[in-house]
Design a protein around this ligand. Structure first.
Ligand code: ZN
Ligand code: ZN
Length: 85
């Protein structure tokens, strides 16, 4: 629905924007990540503030190994890698 568009949705960790990368097909696409693992909180209701919006790459990296990275840690990592690159 075009009425819901216009708000840029970018990855909170790396800034990746699916709409910019893939055009209309990527528009409004983003993945939701629970900042606090559900098995820790035991909650069934998810607050919006508990959700991080991140791209697929970042999402995989968060969950690639335990302990899972926080979004802040992932952010730091991306920044460090970029400046190192
Ligand atoms: Zn990302
Ligand atoms: Zn996740």
């Amino acid at each position: 629905d075009a009425r819901h568009r216009g708000m840029p949705i970018a990855c909170e960790a790396c800034g990746f924007d699916f709409g910019r990368a893939y055009g209309p097909r990527g528009q409004d696409y983003i993945e939701c990540h629970h900042r606090t693992p559900l098995h820790v909180t035991g909650e069934t209701n998810t607050r919006l503030s508990d959700l991080a919006l991140i791209c697929s790459n970042c999402h995989r990296m968060v969950h690639r190994a335990r302990p899972w990275l926080t979004i802040e840690a992932l952010q730091d990592l991306v920044v460090a890698q970029r400046s190192a690159g």
